[in-house]
Design a protein around this ligand. Structure first.
Ligand code: SAM
Length: 200
């Protein structure tokens, strides 16, 4: 089964499972988005749009997701925000270089088969000094985590990977530098990470 198929099946129950436990971490992550000047913000793997209620109205948002059933639910959450939705793949973004100020990557980097491609693409479409707000579950270098590595065999094709070591991923994306890395949930398995595109 592909991720697109499984998320089509997950879409009707996604909010019931994810909304409450992740809400405080979302709020913390998105509080760093400035509200004082209009910006272009890319929301990757926007899903059912659970980030939308936490976003300031001052910006222009572009939400992308692989799954039509998830985008359909996001559409209903837009309200008065300036949001355009596109169906597409975060590993191959259909946008030009340097055209966004911020990218929100909540629960997408560890979901896709190639998380480094997502980060590289985000770096390409961000302007120099543009920032990424990332919320996801990662292992740390040297962490054995046998249960999560075993779980990965079950979940990687239907929902998410659970075996990604973030430090190995970021080594593959030299255009990004780490600004912040904080534990968010479940003893630091979920992390709030801020990245910035280097200015050449
Ligand atoms: C775990 S959900 C996260 C949704 C949302 N970001 C959130 O924080 O609730 C993962 C989302 O990524 C989408 N997705 C999976 N693979 C993708 C890809 N290659 N490109 C874009 N979106 C993808 C799924 O359809 C799903 O909506």
């Amino acid at each position: 089964m592909s991720l697109k198929h499984s998320y089509t099946l997950i879409a009707p129950v996604y909010d019931a499972i994810i909304r409450r436990p992740l809400a405080p971490a979302r709020r913390r992550s998105l509080a760093a988005l400035p509200a004082d000047r209009p910006c272009r913000v890319l929301v990757e793997g926007i899903g059912t749009g659970l980030d939308l209620p936490h976003l300031p109205a001052s910006h222009e948002y572009l939400g992308i997701d692989l799954t039509a059933a998830m985008l359909h639910r996001a559409q209903a959450r837009i309200g008065s925000l300036d949001v355009s939705l596109v169906q597409g793949d975060s590993q191959r973004l259909p946008f030009g270089n340097n055209c966004f100020d911020y990218a929100i990557l909540h629960l997408i980097v560890a979901v896709v088969p190639d998380g480094a491609a997502v980060l590289n693409e985000a770096a390409r479409v961000l302007r120099p000094a543009g920032r990424i707000f990332l919320l996801d579950k990662f292992l740390r270098r040297g962490e054995r985590a046998p249960a999560r590595r075993l779980l990965n065999l079950l979940t990687r094709h239907i929902a998410t990977r659970t075996d990604i070591v973030f430090e190995q991923l970021i080594e593959q994306v030299p255009r990004l530098r780490m600004l912040k890395d904080e534990p968010a949930l479940l003893g630091g398995w979920f992390r709030l990470i801020q990245l910035e595109k280097r200015v050449d």
